[in-house]
Design a protein around this ligand. Sequence first.
Ligand code: AMP
Length: 204
Amino acid sequence: MITQASEGADARAVAVYCAASPHIDESYFEMARMVGAELARHGAAVVNGGGAMGLMGAVNDGALAAGGVAVGVIPQFMYDNGWQHRGLTRLEVVGSMHERKARIAQLTTGAIALPGGVGTLEELLEIITWRKLALYQGNVVVLNYRGFYDPLLSMIERCHTEGFIQRSTTPLYTVVDSVEAAIAAALASPCPATLVSPYDDAAR
Ligand code: AMP
């Protein structure tokens, strides 16, 4: 089902940022399917880029197989290339990558980053930045599966140590190493969360 990007946030919907690459170890796929299934078990919708490949496809498959809701937000050019998952509960087609990221943030009450490539790293750093600027209210969770995020976390720690990022009483993100902990942290977000798009000038 394809809809225009016009509806508001789903109750208890979690953004899951993750790899589109299929060329990764099977254990990552098992973990991603579990994330989708566990979110479904908690009655939370999965929201992501709507892809069929890699961990994105696995999260969507896991949620749908468990009877859950999976919502995809995909740019027109990817849809034209046929990269969308064909079984999603809802697929929104938007004009650009920027619109996609803003829409995913708008729809969700928390976010989890699984391992991924540059697209995932960019999505994670952007949502942390939006949280820092109080443009995103949901909890941001880094699932540091297999220590995947250790180098990035070291980089961010260096930013703190050298004063590039101020330490705050409100954490910008939470780091966990299990699927269960990731879901608990994401669902502990105030709900409903984000309704402000960083690309909406009127919101500034
Ligand atoms: P990466 O972490 O580099 O694999 O990128 C994941 C992100 O890249 C996704 O969230 C999408 O924004 C985008 N992306 C790259 N390839 C695809 C694809 N085949 N289908 C859907 N989204 C994709």
